[in-house]
Write a protein that binds this ligand. Structure first.
Ligand SMILES: [Zn+2]
Length: 473
């Protein structure tokens, strides 16, 4: 098939209702579980028709060209407004999201000041409306006042103002009794509590995943147990709270170790209402990148599943200590990365979330251990995941569900990704066969320093339509 035959043409400006005729592109509809070539017609932003084509009708013969999917949903992004608009604004963050194929973005509350009162939520939503972007911003409210971990935020008031969950992300809710109360109250309000699982007693001064790379580079180790301890505590408290508050939901974000994913796997098998997400960088990158390796995780372990030693294989091609790779939780071993992928494949991980965390050059371009943690990855998420698809490790349909129905399930029905006729179109169109080069000129984020800079990734997003309106294209 020819990718050009189905390349969409849209005359609308950003924010305006779209007319669209997509002919014969590969449509993936995770709500119905169906995929194949189809014609899609949108008029004045409304999805008018979807016509599935039979083989030989001239549509795409496989999923390797232009793909149409529901707009992606990011459960975890940092937009930095208010307080750090040099790093990102609501407008630049939503533009970056649209460029990455996302039509819904959950914004974490660790702004300055944090989103811990209704007035802050209202201001955030007004900022999204004023940005002109049709990308839907779903606010997450702080779980504790000022994210200080001392007393609960006014959760009911935040829920009334429109938050879709509660989190102190950037930090865990460390105090167990407070965490238990946050779970109960969030559950009574029908909203998930989203925890960043980190045992802070184990991570003071930690710089890189505890292991060979950290040892050789002289970086302070960040043990896997810091995450699995916190996950175990959260699940133990969930098991008690859910007996009294049946609506309780716990979501564990950016899980990065085999051990913590195993704990979630067991908790799910026991019927507990827990969900989790993994990030593209924990799936595809490993701690050996800090030593200068640049191969994806699946090339960094042998057939036996053991992590290979980048010094022995001469896998080191870049300068070590690139601070763009400092992230919380840290990049882990190839074995942990493989566990993240396995968790996605077996459904232990419900979603891929980007943890888009932009920083200024001032905060990021410094000694490894002093750089602010975070990767601004909302625009590279699709390309990184497509690398795993191209390596034969992840079905395209699972990539799509991990970015659409998976996160929608975590949010509990706030968004319904799919192709409902008569509803505003909400979709992304990307060309899997086309590649692009990551760099400041090709990214919309204000965040400095992407670890994938100068690398080419598959999957050019041709068009993003959010709520019937043009978001990118
Ligand atoms: Zn976090």
């Amino acid at each position: 098939m020819s990718a050009l035959a189905t390349r969409p043409k849209v005359d609308a400006e950003i924010g305006k209702a779209v007319d669209l005729d997509l002919s014969g592109a590969w449509l993936v509809d995770p709500a119905s579980g169906r995929e194949g070539p189809a014609d899609v017609v949108v008029r004045a932003g409304i999805l008018e028709s979807v016509t599935w084509l039979e083989a030989g009708d001239g549509g795409a013969e496989d999923d390797r060209g232009v793909v149409v999917a529901p707009g992606f949903i990011d459960l975890h992004a940092h937009l930095r407004e208010p307080g750090n608009e040099t790093a990102e604004t609501i407008a630049s963050g939503l533009a970056a999201a649209a460029h990455g194929g996302f039509t819904t973005v959950c914004a974490m509350p660790n702004t300055t000041p944090p989103i811990d009162r209704a007035a802050m939520v209202i201001a955030e939503l007004a900022g999204a409306a004023a940005s002109g972007s049709p990308v839907r911003l779903l606010p997450i409210g702080a779980a504790t006042l000022g994210r200080a971990g001392e007393q609960l935020a006014p959760l009911g008031e935040l829920a009334d103002a429109g938050v879709v969950g509660f989190s102190d992300d950037g930090a865990p809710v460390q105090h167990a009794e407070l965490f238990r109360n946050a779970l109960s109250y969030a559950g009574m309000l029908g909203l998930p509590l989203i925890d960043h699982p980190e045992d802070l007693a184990l991570t003071a001064g930690a710089e890189a995943n505890e292991g060979l790379v950290a040892t050789v580079l002289g970086l302070k180790g960040w043990p896997a147990a810091a995450e699995s301890n916190a996950v175990a505590r959260d699940i133990a408290l969930l098991a008690e709270v859910v007996r009294d508050v049946p609506g309780t939901r716990l979501h564990l974000t950016h899980l990065s170790t085999a051990g913590s994913l195993d704990a979630v796997r067991r908790a799910k098998a026991a019927g507990l209402p827990v969900t989790c997400d993994v990030t593209p960088h924990h799936l595809a990158l490993t701690d050996e990148w800090i030593a200068g390796a640049r191969r994806f995780a699946w090339a960094a372990h042998g057939e036996d599943g053991e992590a290979r030693d980048p010094w022995r294989d001469r896998g080191l091609v870049a300068a070590p200590y690139a601070s763009s790779l400092r992230v919380n939780p840290p990049l882990r071993s190839a074995v942990d990365a493989r566990a993240c992928l396995q968790a996605l494949l077996d459904g232990t991980a419900d979603a891929v979330a980007t943890d888009h965390a932009p920083h200024t050059q001032v905060d990021k371009d410094m000694e490894f251990g002093l750089a602010k943690p975070g990767i601004a990855g909302i625009e590279t998420a699709l390309g990184v995941l497509l690398e795993a698809v191209d390596a034969g490790l992840l079905p395209l349909s699972r990539l799509i569900t991990a970015l659409t129905t998976g996160p929608a399930g975590v949010l509990g029905g706030v968004v319904e990704p799919g192709f409902a006729i008569g509803a505003p179109a909400d979709l992304v169109v990307f060309d899997r066969a086309e590649r692009w080069t990551v760099g400041p000129d090709s990214l919309r984020t204000r965040g400095w320093g992407n670890p994938l800079a100068d690398r080419s990734l598959p999957g050019v997003v041709l068009l993003t339509v959010a709520g019937g309106r043009l978001a990118h294209g």
